[in-house]
Design a protein around this ligand. Structure first.
Ligand code: SF4
Length: 62
């Protein structure tokens, strides 16, 4: 199966300088291992805090 990185980038709101952009499998694995969520779980403003914690996710949903 071919990597769909180019297409995935259309849906990526991450502003952090990172080489995993659009490679969703690596992005999710990276943040899951840190007990975090990837940028696309956050609105654009919250994403810019670079706090990917579950707590930040819940706080942003209030
Ligand atoms: S969400 Fe995290 S792993 Fe994914 S592209 Fe952004 S900084 Fe990289």
């Amino acid at each position: 199966m071919e990597c769909k990185q180019k297409n995935n980038l259309k849906y990526c709101n991450c502003t952090y300088d990172c080489n995993k952009k659009g490679i969703c499998c690596e992005c999710i694995r990276y943040h899951r291992e840190k007990k975090q969520l990837p940028a696309c779980y956050f609105d654009n403003k919250t994403e810019k805090s670079y706090d990917r914690s579950f707590e930040k996710f819940l706080e942003a949903r209030k």
